[in-house]
Design a binder for this molecule. Sequence first.
Ligand SMILES: Nc1ncnc2c1ncn2[C@@H]1O[C@H](COP(=O)(O)OP(=O)(O)OP(=O)(O)O)[C@@H](O)[C@H]1O
Length: 925
Amino acid sequence: MTTNEMTSGLISDTTALTPVMRQYFAAKEQYPDCLMFCRIGDFYELFYEDAVTASRELQLTLTARDKEKKQPMCGVPYHAAEGYFQRLLRKGYRIAVCEQIEDPKLTKTIVRREVTRVLTPGTAVDPALGAEQSNYLASVVVLDKCVGLALLDLSTGEFRATEFSGWAEAADELGRVRPVELLYAQGGLVGLNGRSSDLLPTHRGKTAMNGAPLSSGTEEEAASVGLDGIRTKTAVEDWVFTADYAVPLLRNHLRVQSLDGMGLGGHEAAAVAAGALLHYMRATKQGGLEHVDGLRFYERSTCLELDAVSVRNLELVEPLFSGESAQTTLFYTLDACCTPMGKRLLRATLLRPSSQLVEIEGRLDAVGEAVADLRKREELRRSMSGVLDLERLLGRVALDSAGPREVMALAGTLGCLPGILAAVNSFKAELWRKLGAGLDAMEDLHELIVKTIAEEPPVSLADGGVIRAGVDAELDELRELSRSGRQALVAIEERERQRTGIGSLKVRFNSVFGYYLEVTKANAKAVPADYERKQTLVNAERFTTPELKEYETKILTAQERSGEIERRLFAELRRQLLDAAKRMRETARRVAEIDMLGCFAHLAALRGWVRPSVDASGVLEFLGARHPVVERRMEESGTGRFVPNSVHLDAGLVDPTHRDKTAMNGAPGDLRPGGPAVLLITGPNMGGKSTYLRQTALLVVMAQCGCFVPAERMRLGLVDRIYTRIGASDNVARGRSTFMVEMTETAAILNTATARSLVLLDEMGRGTATYDGLSLAWATVEHLHDRIGARTLFATHYHELTLLAERLSRLMNLRVTVKETASGIVFLHTVEAGAASKSYGIEVARLAGLPAKVISRAREVLKVHERAETQQVREAAPATPQLQMTMFTPLSQRIVDRLGEVDVDGLTPREALNLLAELQRELKG
Ligand SMILES: Nc1ncnc2c1ncn2[C@@H]1O[C@H](COP(=O)(O)OP(=O)(O)OP(=O)(O)O)[C@@H](O)[C@H]1O
């Protein structure tokens, strides 16, 4: 008999079951998708398939309730259960905890049992969660062709929602945020473009029996929706995802009349997703939602968009291959934050850099001021050094899992706030002033805690002595009573030793017998007649006396009563702290931002990074730029120096607001108007092409986060999106052909990139026959150049592509350089103008140790092919359509060209004036 059979009603005769098993099945029927942990005595037991699953996942011994072993079971001791729960949650399982809800001592029949908690990856806070990580529960809904998405991190109370016009963008956001659990309507996501989206269809819509994590459907689906990273997907009944139900629920929870104040006006889909998420929290019996007291509507359009593929390729927050060291990530390199909140904000900012000039410049101004003043900068960072995780501590208070020491830790952190405020106020930049003005130092709360809790409180409230003396008169009195009672016992012990002459006589306590006098067997004869025997052990006898009983009652009653008072006062304090939850969260948010800015300033000063000049042009120009991660790793491992390189790109966009900003960092003459929009980079393997591409993207990300950059100078016209198609990814493991993945990613770029985007294509077209690959690469470059005009870096091994420079006016060839020496080639890692003349693939193969015979044969074959191919490509490549110069040549270039054509000596003064007027007309559009 299996649980499935039982719960699906195949087995109707439950009378043969023991009463406990009947309770078990009743509970399991309600939560078929959870692993059911059933409390029996000191253990949580699992049965049937749940037992098989748990024993496999937790390496528990599988036993059986019956001789035929048809009823497998396994169990974990109740006091160690939380650790086992977490291990299963991390693997994506859902858990229901069926508790004994009566005291076994007080009932003569079977103890009642009920499910008191349902734990899921998104609703249970993992104590082992890293400070910089978030534990998002996500909820998604499609309403009126609009996709609503809500995200909640229960560990901090962060709650936000947004909307998308299409599923692809929503899936992309999910791929970036990587929630641990996703909620969606059971009926699937119906309504997108008037058709039923089959991306999360009903038949896969349920979490599998046994609480097993769902497989994410077919490969195409997984890739197209970017959901394959989410292990737990939970279907919730459709009615929950309706505006009539979810919106009032959300309003009630947030205690607001209208959601407009949270930026949710007119965003029903986002509100419904958020309301449904709260419904789920309640349905899984999660109390402690007090710290979830605000909801923020956020929009991606104010951000530099990074699709999930680019986040991965650029290793912004995670290494490309799981299991690799995190040291390859940009986050690791930039994380010099002092506080856990700062770390989390940095990580979130790297995933969502700004695309708003005012915001970026505001941050750069603030960072710049701190870079320039060592004393103030250090003071700022010092003021934050003792700050703990304010948001998580508050989360624990709300979830009622904060003990006295955590509350004291909270006070410690609150105590740092006045210092932080003073440090922030010492700066003048507008952003610092804004942050300072809104920073609530919360001295009242700090004082409240410090005055209520003892200086060095015990770990647990039950240990007593948590509340400071002087807080409650009755408590002080009771404590005095039990103290004097204990003193009296010491006196009794001494007196009785004298009276009986038994030097080893002791007054002792245990929870079963209370206080007693203990005498060794050898001395038992000397015991006076008024002692009343309580217990006989192998070596000792235990006695009591009426006097002892009297003190016992006094002491125990006093302790019990003071325990009650301590619990009440602690609960009152908790309530007061939660009443201030909103203030604390707001402060935590500001501290995070202060910390991140301080971190940027610290790194800039430490590593000599410079302030990027950001504007609304289409320029992207670096001088002496370095890859921050590779440079740091080379420094740390002592493997040489990183070779700086420069980049010059111009998408030819007119910057209406910053027309006068033609120079970087005030140095005139750096702007070369109408620079190339596409850079085609050739050169040997290992030459540094990928590094050059990635470094360009990373510097853009950093600059738009408001961070200084590792370069001598940088000018950046705002980028709206970064696209990357870099190297062969590990999609092969997911069963999709490398080439298919590459083409899907390239299609996404060609269909959605804009003239403001930055496109990085590395070795496109390698995964197929040479001519197919070359032709696709050729056509892609043409399309990017002619139709999109995005700033593009294209690294390739197809030397034939360098011929494109003859046809495309805004494409420039670059090459990574090598030096040929007698003993082989040396990589110089410098990028310079021009096409690589040779590919050196064979040289690199030689360095890798291919047999000499193979190398020399390869050289022969290469010669024959090279001659033939170059000729063919020249002849066969279709003519590029004539560029519409006026459309694609930047204005500045056209003016320069026009001036270049003029014969100045042959002009009359009037003609010169006319020309000037004409040029000005053109400038003004
Ligand atoms: N500017 C640089 N200064 C110093 N070392 C560099 C530089 N650029 C790249 N390197 C080092 O050279 C190695 C190869 O770089 P990269 O992977 O970028 O080469 P590639 O040209 O893309 O090679 P392939 O074509 O085989 O992918 C890396 O280990 C990197 O650390």
